[in-house]
Design a protein around this ligand. Structure first.
Ligand code: SF4
Ligand code: SF4
Ligand code: SF4
Length: 251
């Protein structure tokens, strides 16, 4: 069977999503047997414009990146956005909260007119994205699952239930009992409750579930005198570009 050609690209991000792919170890070998990687910003020096699937890390924060993502979109038949930066704008969107001019002033001072810096947006503001691997960093096994699903032509399974379900399954003590705020009751699972497992509150790096207002975990918030609206106010760290609307994805 002919292997699909895949390009893996990095836009504005820290490179951590691409590292997750490199950290796959044994599964990376399986992946390399199933696909042909023709471009991988973090891993290979060769560059090819001949690919069918583009895996994109990072948000769009420069005019140059708009050109790059549009070119990628023109070439690739399928685009997979990996990581919070690509999916929702991620941490980079905190820049937008300052306002572009103020942010440039703070960082670049008198050089600000020379710098190519625009309002941060997620990848799908410029091209159609077919699949999303959420999280900061994303779950590397979810990336593999999405690629495998693409190869066999089936829809990947992306959880649409809250992190609390995984957290309880893992037998954790709820961090609210320790006075720590946690967005687990509204955040999309799939990370195996990574943060509460280490006694930290969830910050919703995977976005929120489709309808946080109807899920059973509201009772847990009620126990601590909170509502869904109260904790949605905490939702800016990874989702300042979009807030709730990010959750219309992966349906
Ligand atoms: S999503 Fe997180 S790990 Fe990935 S590029 Fe952005 S900051 Fe880095
Ligand atoms: S609120 Fe957070 S710590 Fe508590 S059960 Fe839910 S995910 Fe776990
Ligand atoms: S617990 Fe929340 S913030 Fe932590 S990895 Fe999972 S979704 Fe992201």
């Amino acid at each position: 069977m002919r292997k699909p050609k895949v390009g893996i690209f990095g836009l504005t991000g820290c490179g951590g999503c691409q590292l997750e792919i490199l950290n796959l170890e044994d599964q990376l070998l399986d992946l390399v047997n199933a696909i042909e990687i023709v471009h991988f910003t973090e891993a290979i020096t060769e560059y090819s414009d001949n690919y069918e699937i583009a895996i994109v890390e990072g948000s769009i924060s420069t005019m140059h990146e708009i050109e790059r993502i549009k070119k990628i979109g023109d070439i690739a038949g399928t685009i997979v956005a990996i990581g919070a930066c690509a999916v929702s704008g991620g941490l980079n969107c905190l820049k937008n909260l300052y306002g572009l001019e103020k942010a440039k002033e703070l960082v670049y001072r008198d050089k600000k007119k020379l710098i190519d810096s625009i309002e941060v947006k997620p990848v799908d503001e410029y091209v159609k994205v077919d699949y999303y691997a959420r999280g900061c960093p994303p779950n590397r096994f979810e990336i593999v699952d999405i690629i495998r699903s693409l190869i066999v032509g089936k829809k990947p399974e992306i959880p649409n239930y809250p992190v609390c379900i995984e957290c309880k399954r893992n037998g954790n003590t709820c961090v609210y009992e320790l006075g720590i705020t946690c967005l687990g009751p509204i955040s999309r699972a799939g990370c195996n409750s990574r943060c509460p497992n280490s006694v930290s509150g969830c910050e919703a790096c995977r976005g929120v579930i489709d309808d946080p207002n109807i899920n059973a975990q509201k009772d847990l918030l009620k126990e601590y005198g909170l509502t869904v609206e109260d904790i949605l106010k905490e939702f800016n760290l990874y989702n300042a570009c979009r807030g709730k609307t990010i959750e219309q994805k992966n349906k």
